[in-house]
Ligand binder design. Structure first.
Ligand code: ADP
Length: 497
């Protein structure tokens, strides 16, 4: 058994808070490894200890392996939780933690190399005869060679950065005449964002759904799947709304996909939490990739199964967590997560920064809020604009959708614009409600963002009402600045929609 007393958190925002909560419940101390601007955050206030590891620029702090390891060691931590994003899927980081005597809360560096690397994962899956999207991931990276492969696969084809992630570094080729330019620009972008020009090609699936399976390997190497999530609502290949379980899977598909997920995980000798992603089209499924870390959308799985994945991760790292063989897990009800972004949905989603004023999340049964910032904190442009996640659970999908709409309508965030009005429109869309949406749902119905239909008078009235409901906690200047924001009626999320 590995002794862990103090866990360093190599991350920020809501996931840092999530890890702190799990550690507190396990009686462990925490050390937040943070950048200088993040002293204004909930995680900074909640952690047992804090160590500044560098300036706001991520390359100098959250992505700096040495700074994180030195910070963890200096603070007397014996383990590191990487959260998601940043260094969470970096095999070198995991390895250097191992070398420095720090327990890495996640899979081994060897498993990250095998499964987290997109090309190595494809090779492993190919050898095992598992279903992959038709494509090319060979060594010939010359543009002429790649062009030939595009022709062989047949348009449309997607070019992806081998080292890419987070929906970045992808180009869609629809016409052969654009292919050369798109391949070259994918290579250039990949070089500047990920430090490598290596790309691979895949047939682009036009009517696909994104379905993923939560996998978990306990400390004995026993791997199970913890059911599926549907993440088809995406903008620019990034998820916005996620659900557990998927409304699209028959029992048979669920069983077969779950088996493939466990097979690939076992081949990679996977331990700890991970996610096997698939595209599903016309009842055929294809492996997309493995994310060797905790996923942003892990709470929906937790809600339908009544488990705590972060605690399971830490207990596994301590070599204390073993699945009991006769345990039966059955998902119950339906859970939905919405990612709340600081952006202006009426201005095409431009990021919105500023000082948070009143923030109020409406409490109620099975409503969960994961957030890293509160009133008085400043949302900056240094990082990802996701400021919170709202998660609800209910007995079935229609009720969960209804509950999410209600919850979002009653949520109040002053100081920055948010995508809440956008989320509500998506939740109310008939295709979303039917559960039939594909990954092109947003592009099809919400390509232009939202249009305001509120007048100046309506907004003033709304601001007065907010003031009354919040018992005057909104200052006059606050509501005035709100009205001065015209014509963008941010906040209409809880009245007009
Ligand atoms: P990343 O690692 O950057 O997240 P992924 O390969 O996981 O990239 O893909 C992200 C999203 O991009 C998918 O969920 C899907 O919506 C879209 N996508 C990726 N590959 C394909 C494909 N071959 N056909 C259709 N859509 C795709």
């Amino acid at each position: 058994m590995k002794q862990i007393r103090r866990v360093a958190i190599a991350n920020r925002g809501e996931v840092a808070v999530r890890i702190i909560r799990a550690c507190e419940e396990l009686g462990l101390e925490t050390v937040l490894l943070h950048s200088d601007v993040d002293i204004q955050s909930r995680a900074y206030r909640l952690a047992t200890k804090t160590i500044c590891i560098g300036p706001a620029a991520t390359a100098l702090s959250y992505l700096n392996i040495e700074a994180n390891i030195n910070g963890a060691l200096a603070a007397g931590a014996d383990a590191v939780h990487p959260g998601f994003g940043f260094l969470s899927e970096n095999a070198d980081f995991a390895q250097q933690c191992e070398k420095a005597g720090l327990v890495f809360v996640g899979p081994t560096s060897a498993a990250i190399r095998k499964l987290g690397d997109k090309v190595s994962f494809k090779n492993l899956a190919k050898k095992a005869g598992l279903p992959l999207i038709p494509g090319y991931d060979g060594e010939d990276q010359s543009v002429s060679g790649l062009l030939k492969e595009v022709e062989k696969i047949g348009l449309p084809v997607i070019v992806k950065a081998a080292a890419g992630g987070g929906g970045r570094g992808m180009k869609l080729i629809r016409e052969m005449s654009e292919a050369k330019d798109l391949i070259e620009s994918a290579q250039r972008e990949s070089q500047s964002a990920f430090g490598s020009t290596q790309v691979f090609l895949e047939k682009y699936l036009e009517r696909a759904k994104h379905i993923e399976f939560q996998i978990f390997g306990d400390c004995t190497g026993h791997v199970v799947h913890l059911f599926d999530r549907e993440c088809s609502v995406q903008r620019r290949h990034q998820k916005i709304i996620e659900e557990a379980t998927s409304p699209s899977l028959t029992d048979d598909l669920r069983r077969r996909m779950g088996e493939v997920a466990c097979t690939i995980a076992a081949l990679g000798k996977y331990t700890n939490a991970g996610t096997v992603e698939f595209l599903l089209q016309d009842d055929e499924f294809y492996l997309l990739e493995v994310n060797t870390r905790l996923q942003v959308e892990h709470p929906v799985t937790e809600e339908v199964l009544g488990i705590d994945l972060v605690k399971m991760q830490i207990l596994t790292a301590q070599e204390k967590f073993i699945f009991s063989t006769n345990e039966i897990r059955i998902p119950r009800g339906h859970a939905i997560e919405c990612r709340v972004y600081a952006e202006d949905p009426f201005m095409g989603g431009v990021p919105s920064t500023g000082l948070l004023g009143t923030v109020s999340w409406p409490e109620g049964p099975r409503r969960r809020y994961e957030y890293g910032f509160e009133a008085g904190d400043t949302i900056t442009s240094n990082y990802d604009p996701m400021i919170a996640k709202v998660i609800v659970w209910d007995e079935n999908r229609p009720r969960a959708i209804q509950k999410m709409v209600r919850t979002l309508k009653d949520s109040v965030i002053f100081g920055v614009h948010t995508n809440i009005p956008y989320l509500i429109q998506i939740l109310n869309h008939p295709e979303f409600q039917s559960g039939k949406m594909t990954t092109r749902f947003i592009e099809t119905y919400f390509a232009e963002g939202l249009k305001s239909d509120l007048t100046e008078d309506q907004i003033k009235k709304w601001a007065q009402e907010v003031n009354k409901n919040l018992k005057g906690s909104v200052t006059e200047s606050n509501s005035l600045s709100l009205v001065s924001n015209l014509p963008s009626p941010w906040g209409s999320h809880w009245r007009a929609v």
